[in-house]
Write a protein that binds this ligand. Structure first.
Ligand code: ZN
Length: 370
């Protein structure tokens, strides 16, 4: 059995979307630092992410959009026409120094990951998961769509049954559009109801290719366990996947500022552990996540779960220092909770399974068990 591989790059450490953007925080660099400190990351299981060339990105994105993105990076400025046409230079998708190279590195990493698991294996690319990117336009902090490019890479390697699971707090509108009506890709998304981008309604099935479950605010771990057992696992298994791609966004946890969902990171780790044995190929991507402590702890635990490493109850001094050195401009960052600083695992958030959720799950179960 091949060891899982971690794909990273220092470009995420040395670049920023700008100080006022939710993605101004360190994310992938924290995961790399924590995993190295814990002895979980070595030269043997770490790969440096390549920066994807325009010709490769054009397998999904339009050449004129990629050219506009490169020009915006070179000029560090966009015209009003470019802003309107391509969504570049907006509050969500600002002009910044590495605005082509950084997303192209995340996309290059996801495509490399797809190649690495061609004959089987497990890869984690925490910088990936930019699921809102559109073929010809930046959207929702996503300049490119690396999940689509990774899935396309798997399909061109000859696979014809790929399951895409997305547990980010936001609906994966860009991925769903790309594989609308596909009989080779099954998409399963769980996301907060009535939240941007407002797509992914219960009845919306992307021409039979998608299962969408909008969930209410304050979603708890027991409700998520029911979703995993009744929807995610059986709908994945029924498709007999040759590969599973998991978008493991970290913004559905209680302390995230961009959602009202209240999971603990145990929900994400349980999902990773449960999907792993269902397919010979498993690609795990990052996604949203806007609290620097939540993201670093959650994704480090994902890497531990993929490797069956034991997650310590209390971190050693070196790992605690990495968490103590993080800062966050939001008020919550001025007084971080004690467990953000000395542990990876959140306390479970248990609770009742609400009737409305039970009903929606029954509705989707009837579809995937047909
Ligand atoms: Zn999100």
């Amino acid at each position: 059995m091949k060891r899982p591989l971690f794909i990273g790059s220092d470009i995420y450490r040395n670049s920023t979307y700008g100080s006022k953007h939710p993605l101004a925080i360190p994310r992938v660099s924290t995961v790399i630092d924590l995993c190295r400190e814990l002895g979980w990351l070595t030269p043997e299981n770490y790969r440096v992410s390549p920066c994807a060339k325009p010709s490769v990105l054009e397998r999904f994105h339009t050449p004129d959009y990629i050219a506009a993105l490169q020009k915006a990076e070179a000029d560090q400025h966009v015209t009003d026409e470019t802003r309107d046409k391509y969504g570049l230079g907006t509050l969500s998708n600002p002009v910044f120094a590495e605005m082509y190279r950084r997303p192209a590195t995340a996309a290059g990493g996801s495509m490399l990951a797809a190649e690495l698991i061609r004959d089987g294996g497990i890869v984690f690319n925490p910088a990936g998961g930019t699921h809102h990117g559109l073929a010809d336009r930046a959207n929702g902090f996503c300049y490119l769509n690396d999940p689509v490019l990774a899935i396309q890479t798997l399909l061109s390697a000859g696979l014809d049954r790929v399951v895409y699971v997305d547990i980010d707090a936001h609906h994966c509108d860009g991925v769903e559009l790309a594989f609308h009506g596909s009989d080779k890709v099954r998409m399963i998304s769980v996301h907060e109801t009535r939240r941007w981008p407002f797509t992914g309604q219960l009845e919306e099935d992307a021409g039979g290719a998608a299962f969408n479950l909008p969930v209410p605010r304050n979603l708890n771990d027991d409700e998520f366990a029911a979703i995993l057992d009744q929807l995610i696992l059986p709908a994945s298994e029924a498709f007999k996947p040759q590969a599973i791609v998991l978008q493991c966004g970290a913004d559905a946890v209680a302390e995230d500022p961009l959602s009202r969902l209240t999971l603990s990171n145990n929900a994400h780790w349980r999902t990773v552990a449960a999907l792993k044995p269902l397919s010979p190929r498993f690609l795990v991507l990052g996604g949203g996540g806007y609290n620097p402590w939540s993201v670093g702890r959650l994704w480090s635990g994902v890497w531990a779960t993929l490797n069956d490493f034991e997650i310590p109850d209390t971190l050693d001094v070196g790992a605690q220092k990495i968490l103590r050195d993080l800062t966050w401009s939001r008020a919550a960052g001025q007084a971080p909770h004690p467990h953000w600083l000395d542990s990876l695992r959140d306390a479970p958030n248990t609770g009742p399974i609400r009737q409305e959720l039970r009903k929606d799950l029954r509705h989707l179960t009837a579809r995937h068990s047909r």
